[in-house]
Design a protein around this ligand. Structure first.
Ligand code: MG
Length: 388
């Protein structure tokens, strides 16, 4: 079986990131970036082992980032990126894998399928290595020190190189050993491992990766990248019919042979939606926030309940993405009132009407709704919430 060890290069000082902490140790979603990167590589069946090269002096950061992961001790980096990778390769040489996947510590979003595709490309006959990348879509401008454009650079055949960059282990080790003899200026120009391998005349191919595989270079990148998570939750409610002339559904009054019985205005649709929205933030149910035992909610308009739930989401920095409602009844007919109901729910929830869906069904004459004893409502709320 082909073996591939991932060598994560975490020795950079990340001077562009700002602040005293190198970017690979910055906290994102509760964990250091390096921790996420290690998990992403481990999630790939193509990777057999993960080793990390760190800067001397970063041992405490490393211990914090890898706590509980059971990794081998880190490898001490060198004065340049090239020297750091060489140190990593030399430490693997005694029990060399077939392939080595060099990966940036600050690329935590690499996808398992892209790693597999990269290894498959590197493993083809006559190929020494494969690199994930993206064909350039933006037009390139060459500018002088004042920002004046001197030329438009043709972008055909140009790619942005990402990592991992996967190589046959022995050939990359030989290329890095040869590069170690270079002067400082020449070594500085070798900004990735493909450049080292190209210099050695190795045959490399590009493999189309994914835009998600960004390198966290600035604090803004970190904030921009996947800071919101999606949550969904359901709500369900039933109210029975009582003598009356209209029902409240979705915040609008609809003439009917009966009304709905309840402590408030018995708007079964808004109650189901309220529970769904509360569910997305684990905030209990409508009865917890508006106890039926409390006389102030007698006959209350249910607008207030849904608005309260939406406000709780907003207070956490979240926003409603979509509200979907299904009403279950034989009568009244919902279709003629659907658009008004959508507009009403959208107004109460503070979203545009294209984020609200109202559907209706019967139960084919079966059960309590079939016997026209009441109306049931089922709702699903989808929200975006900042990651904690
Ligand atoms: Mg209710």
């Amino acid at each position: 079986m082909t073996t591939c060890t991932a060598l994560i290069v975490a020795a950079g000082r990340g001077t562009r990131f700002g602040g005293p902490l190198p970017k690979q140790y910055a906290i994102w979603d509760g964990r250091p970036v390096l921790h996420h990167t290690i998990l992403a590589l481990r999630a790939s069946p193509a990777i057999n082992d993960v080793r990390i090269v760190i800067a001397v002096g970063d041992e405490a950061h490393y211990a914090n980032a890898t706590a509980g992961l059971g990794l081998a001790p880190p490898i001490a980096g060198g004065v340049s990126r090239q020297q750091s990778v060489l140190n990593g390769l030399e430490s693997l040489a005694a029990s060399a894998p077939d392939f080595v996947a060099i990966h940036d510590a600050a690329r935590p979003f690499v996808r398992a399928e892209d790693i597999a595709a990269c290894l498959a490309a590197a493993d083809r006959a006559g190929i020494d290595g494969a690199i994930l990348g993206i064909p350039l879509a933006d037009t390139l401008k060459r500018v002088d020190a004042e920002g004046a454009i001197s030329a438009t650079v043709p972008r055909a055949h140009l790619w942005r190189a990402q990592t991992p960059q996967i190589f046959r282990f022995a050939t990359l080790l030989a290329a890095h050993r040869a590069a170690a003899a270079l002067g400082a200026d020449e070594a500085t120009a070798l900004t990735d491992d493909a450049a080292v391998a190209e210099r050695a005349g190795l045959k490399l191919v590009m493999v189309a990766g994914h835009e998600d595989n960004v390198k966290v270079t600035t604090a803004e990148d970190l904030l921009r990248t996947k800071t919101m998570e999606t949550r969904t939750a359901t709500g369900f409610d039933v109210h029975g019919f009582a003598p009356g002339k209209q029902v409240m559904l979705g915040g609008i009054a609809i003439a009917h042979t009966h009304t709905l019985a309840g402590h408030s205005d018995a708007d079964v649709a808004l109650h189901a939606l309220t529970d769904a929205v509360l569910g997305t933030i684990g905030a209990g149910d409508i009865g917890k926030h508006f106890p039926p035992s409390d006389p102030q909610w007698r006959g209350a308009s249910s607008d207030h309940f849904l608005k309260h739930a939406v406000d709780l989401v907003a207070a956490r920095g979240g926003r409603i993405t979509h509200l979907d409602l299904t009403l279950v009844c034989e009568a009244p007919k919902i279709g003629p009132h659907r658009d008004a109901m959508v507009a009403s729910i959208a107004r109460i929830a503070g979203v545009t009407a294209d984020r609200v869906s109202v559907k209706a069904t019967t139960t084919e004459g079966l059960g309590f709704t079939g016997r026209r004893e009441g109306i049931a409502a089922q709702a699903i709320a989808t929200i975006e919430l900042p990651r904690s």
